[in-house]
Design a protein around this ligand. Structure first.
Ligand code: ADP
Length: 307
């Protein structure tokens, strides 16, 4: 079976527990996806591709990757920079707010680490998953280098998987984000966008519109997420609806899309068809939204999460 590489940034997460204490963990979109893939498909070989510092928390993050069963051979350590950090605060009304310290994180230098070692780690057919957050994190002056490296990986047979995961505040302008997204969509063989990602940037407001946008690129497989609404897929020119059962017990939707992506890709790597893979991915996402935080407890995944 092929291997999957998750490229992007994982951060130190601080979540307030009371006035003077915060609980520390690690989270980040591509890492979350990898964790959920591994939970449901333990035999799939998964690797993180990221840059961290040499600080103690970075070392603990590498340990967290290992505990999640992820290969850390392509986790690079920057000698002078540190891991990014964010804090989650919840106000009296239950509204969450996020504060980030990531503008000078080690992950912003990731493109500079993508050398021959990375290229030689890939075998034809291996997947490389990256997101719009991964793109935004890579320092703007390094992005051309990043596209070149990505192109070389694709030429070597890597299958590029892209989720736009648009976060407006990570981009200097919508034009900057659009340029990067157009480029990513034009290179990706698999795309896993959400309707929300494309509405702000392209004025596309429904799943059908997202499919049409993707059809203007040469993408083999497209799966469009839309919260509790149906998922639409496109494969070999064929568009299909997949019903989602809206969950009535939503606690926190953080990382629903990440869980969906990880489990969907794990299922496809296990040769499940698109319909069955979406059903499993939706089931995982539905579990995740019933728990607070990016990573739901392991025990929540014990029942019925195997194909
Ligand atoms: P993102 O986290 O990227 O914004 P979405 O909100 O589109 O992603 O949700 C991703 C997936 O999570 C959906 O396709 C669906 O399977 C599941 N999901 C999200 N919200 C709900 C909900 N309220 N009820 C059931 N499933 C949901």
């Amino acid at each position: 079976m092929n291997k999957i590489f998750f490229l992007g940034e994982c951060m130190i997460e601080l979540r307030r527990t009371d006035k003077t204490n915060m609980r520390q963990s690690f989270a980040g979109d591509v890492f979350n996806s990898a964790v959920y893939l591994k939970r449901c498909f333990n035999k799939v070989s998964c690797a993180m591709v990221t840059a961290l510092g040499e600080d103690k928390l970075s070392t603990e993050m590498v340990e967290a990757f290992e505990q999640a069963g992820l290969d850390t051979g392509l986790v690079f350590r920057h000698p002078h920079k540190n891991a990014g950090l964010y804090a989650i605060e919840t106000d009296d009304k239950g509204e969450r707010s996020f504060t980030y310290w990531r503008s000078d994180s080690a992950a912003r230098t990731l493109a500079r680490f993508l050398d021959k070692k990375v290229l030689s780690a890939f075998k034809a057919g291996d997947l490389l998953f990256f997101s719009g957050i991964s793109l935004a994190v890579i320092a703007p002056q390094d992005r051309e280098v990043f596209w070149q490296k990505l192109s070389a990986l694709k030429d070597a047979g890597a299958v590029l998987v892209f989720d736009p995961n648009y976060r407006a505040r990570m981009w200097q302008s919508t034009d900057e984000a659009k340029y990067a997204f157009d480029k990513a969509f034009s290179m990706a063989q698999i795309a896993l966008p959400g309707v929300e990602d494309l509405s702000a940037l392209y004025g596309i407001n429904d799943a059908r519109g997202v499919i049409e946008y993707c059809q203007s690129h040469d993408i083999k497989e497209v799966v469009v997420k839309d919260g509790p609404n149906s998922v639409l897929s496109l494969s070999q020119g064929h568009i299909e609806h997949h019903t989602i059962v809206p969950n009535q017990n939503v606690v926190d939707t953080t990382s629903a899309g990440d869980a969906f992506n990880g489990v969907y890709l794990g299922a496809r790597m296990n040769d499940l068809d698109i319909d069955k893979s979406i059903a499993l991915a939706a089931k995982a996402a539905s579990i995740v939204i019933q728990h607070s935080g990016a990573i739901a407890p392991k025990e929540a995944f014990t029942d019925g999460m195997s194909p």
